[in-house]
Write a protein that binds this ligand. Structure first.
Ligand SMILES: [Zn+2]
Length: 382
């Protein structure tokens, strides 16, 4: 494919505004593009105007390599603050500006183009490459959750997530959980508190128990560090001289394999049960978000292949490191079979979600070559 066409594809999908939705327009665009090169794809509908896209190339037989990217982008904020309009991709001094240029339409486009070029070049692919383009990554990894539960990740032998990691490869990240706890009390005049039940006091009992548990945890992960808990939102009561009948708290937890999501859920459930057994305490706990930690083998062949392919293309050695945030991998690893994951794509996390987000064009086109090399190397082995 000509360089100009590679760039135009990326510009076209940046120009589709898929802010927390409307991913189906991106899926349609990519589906038609693949189809023009003789590659079938399938939309997996999530909601109105929201569909993930799955596509495969290869001759089968050997291993299956998953390539995944999300099609949604985060809100562009005030367009007036952008040097160039966020949904009119603009080339300037070797950079391409626009919302999603780094996070992560360049990774997505590079994966799709790598598949198309290998197909057009009639490369012998003794295995399968499977594209998993998802909806709603930024707001809960919705597409990855749906694709995994419908079995689309069950045949993977390795997975590459094309998030902006550059220039390095991520192979592990913490899990993330959000909860809401509601405390129900009873209103009374604050001069006669004995007639009421103070919802804030009971919420504080919960908070103290949780913090006691947090302080008792000794396990830590040598690379990801400690598991963390933070109360992040709190509300309760409505008048200073009334005993509050309702109080609410939300919290965020970052988990590690040693203190994982299931363990946290068990501990929290026990705390709530214990407190609810006390007189006048009524707490209700809801998990709003539940993403697993990802901890892949640093020495997996997909990690080695990625490192070697990047060095060959860009002439630069890159490190394997841990990532600060969660990705779609947190859902895909719930598939039937265990497989290694790397997070490796064009762009740099430092410009993601920001005004004047951009990707270096050379980095984008390098990654097309890197993905092609990785596919060839990975599928060559049985
Ligand atoms: Zn992203």
């Amino acid at each position: 494919m000509e360089q100009q066409e590679r760039l135009q594809i990326l510009k076209d999908i940046i120009n589709i505004d898929s802010t927390n939705g409307n991913e189906e327009a991106v899926a349609n665009y990519l589906g038609e593009l693949l189809s023009r090169h003789g590659i079938d794809s399938k939309k997996v509908q999530y909601a109105e105007k929201r569909a993930s896209l799955v596509s495969e190339i290869g001759d089968g037989g050997n291993r299956v390599l998953g390539l995944s990217g999300h099609m949604d982008v985060v809100d562009a904020g005030d367009p007036e603050k952008w040097t160039y309009p966020p949904f009119e991709a603009t080339e300037k001094d070797g950079k391409l500006y626009g919302r999603g240029s780094t996070d992560m339409k360049s990774g997505l486009a590079a994966m799709v183009i790598a598949m198309i070029e290998l197909k057009d070049e009639k490369k012998n692919l003794p295995g399968k490459v499977k594209l998993l383009a998802t909806v709603g990554e930024e707001v809960g990894e919705l597409g990855a959750e749906q694709l995994t539960s419908e079995g689309y990740a069950d045949d993977l032998d390795a997975l590459v997530i094309g998030e902006p990691s550059g220039p390095r490869i991520w192979y592990a990240h913490k899990g993330s959980m959000n909860y809401t706890v509601t405390s129900y009390g009873k209103n009374a005049h604050s001069s006669m508190p004995e007639f009421g039940v103070n919802a804030i006091d009971n919420l504080a009992l919960f908070y103290n128990e949780v913090e006691k548990f947090v302080a008792s945890v000794k396990e830590t992960n040598p690379l990801l560090g400690n598991f963390t808990h933070n109360a992040t939102v709190i509300s309760g009561g409505n008048q200073v001289n009334s005993i509050p009948e309702l109080a609410k708290m939300q919290g965020n937890i970052r988990t590690i394999p040693e203190v994982d999501n299931d363990e946290i859920k068990n501990v929290f459930a026990k705390i709530v049960d214990k407190l609810n057994a006390e007189k006048n305490v009524k707490l209700e706990l809801v998990w709003d978000y539940d993403k697993l930690p990802v901890f892949s083998d640093k020495d997996s062949d997909i990690a080695k292949i990625g490192q070697a392919a990047y060095e060959k293309q860009a002439g630069q050695k890159i490190d394997l490191v841990t990532s600060p945030g969660t990705t779609d991998a947190a859902e895909f690893i719930k598939a039937k079979k265990e497989f290694p994951v790397i997070i490796f794509g064009p762009g740099v996390i430092e410009t993601a979600h920001q005004i004047d987000e951009y990707v270096a064009i050379e980095n984008y086109t390098d990654m097309i070559e890197v993905y092609k090399e990785m596919i060839i190397q990975f599928l060559a082995e049985k």
